[in-house]
Structures are given as structure tokens and as C-alpha cells.
Design a protein around this ligand. Structure first.
Ligand code: HEM
Length: 119
């Protein structure tokens, strides 16, 4: 039975989605300021590991847990929603099946309360 990770095409395909995702995030005036001082090469690599692991792939995520990575940023719910929308659009641009897109969004949505620190 293929995992969500397999259906997405493995780590290389997930890396391509992550690149598209951050290109969209960095082009969004509402969000770009969060990433002003962030090493985006490391960020893209960690996000690829994280999504791969969350999707059931045999990949080790070696970044911080979601609360530690985000709590200093005071992210509000609207910005979380905006990020999720860019992730959805990136997955759609790669013709990922609707069910698999929803599974990814549900998986990252389960971390919302660790990431959102402001209303
Ligand atoms: C959709 C859910 C999200 C997931 C799965 C996610 C995932 C991650 C991951 C894996 C890291 C790397 C942590 C590390 O390198 O140790 C990270 C860092 C970061 N995330 Fe998120 N994130 C999410 C939502 C958001 C939102 C909503 C924002 C801002 C609007 C955001 C902004 C950042 C920033 C700025 C960093 C870098 C922090 C730093 O290096 O100081 N993330 N995130």
C-alpha cells in the first residue's frame, strides 16, 4: 500500500513542491517579512524533510519542533491560513490528486495550535 509520501512522488517531488511553495510565500507582501532574516536554503531543506516525514516517508526531520520554530514569530491565524493556501496552490500546480492535497493540508493543519501564537 503506497503511503502519501509515495503518492506525492517521494522526496525529490516534495522538494519541487516546497520550492514552488516558498516562491509563492516570498512573493506575498503579507508574509515575506517573516522570512527577512531566514536562510531560505536551509528552510527549504527542512520543510522538505518535515513534509516528507509527516507524509510517512523514510526521511529524518532534523529541525526544531513546530512550537520552538515558530513561537517567537507571533503568527496569527490569518497568516497561517495564507501559508496553507500557498501550500495548496503549490500542490495544485503539480497536479497532485485532490485527496492527497487534502491529506497534506490536514496533516499540517494538525500543527496549527503549535504555530499560531496570536489572534
Ligand atoms: C503550514 C504549516 C507550517 C509548517 C508545516 C511549517 C514548517 C516549518 C519548518 C519545518 C520550519 C524549519 C524549522 C527549523 O529549521 O528548525 C519552519 C520555520 C519557519 N516557519 Fe514555518 N511552518 C508552517 C507555518 C508557518 C507560518 C504560518 C509562518 C509565517 C506566516 C511560518 C514561518 C516560518 C519562519 C519565519 C521560519 C524560520 C524560523 C527561524 O529560522 O527563525 N511558518 N516552519
Amino acid at each position: 500500500m503506497p503511503t502519501l509520501y509515495d503518492r506525492l512522488g517521494g522526496q525529490e517531488a516534495i522538494g519541487a513542491v516546497v520550492d514552488e511553495f516558498y516562491d509563492r510565500v516570498l512573493a506575498d507582501d503579507q508574509l515575506v517579512h517573516y522570512f527577512d532574516d531566514v536562510d531560505m536554503t536551509k528552510q527549504r531543506a527542512h520543510q522538505t524533510q518535515f513534509l516528507s516525514a509527516v507524509a510517512g516517508g523514510p526521511v529524518e526531520y532534523d529541525g526544531d519542533d513546530m512550537r520552538t520554530a515558530h513561537e517567537h514569530l507571533e503568527i496569527n491565524r490569518a497568516d497561517f491560513g495564507a501559508i496553507a493556501t500557498h501550500l495548496e496552490a503549490a500542490l495544485e500546480s503539480f497536479d497532485v490528486d485532490r485527496e492527497d492535497i487534502d491529506a497534506v493540508l490536514e496533516a499540517v493543519g494538525s500543527y496549527e495550535d503549535d504555530i499560531v501564537m496570536a489572534e
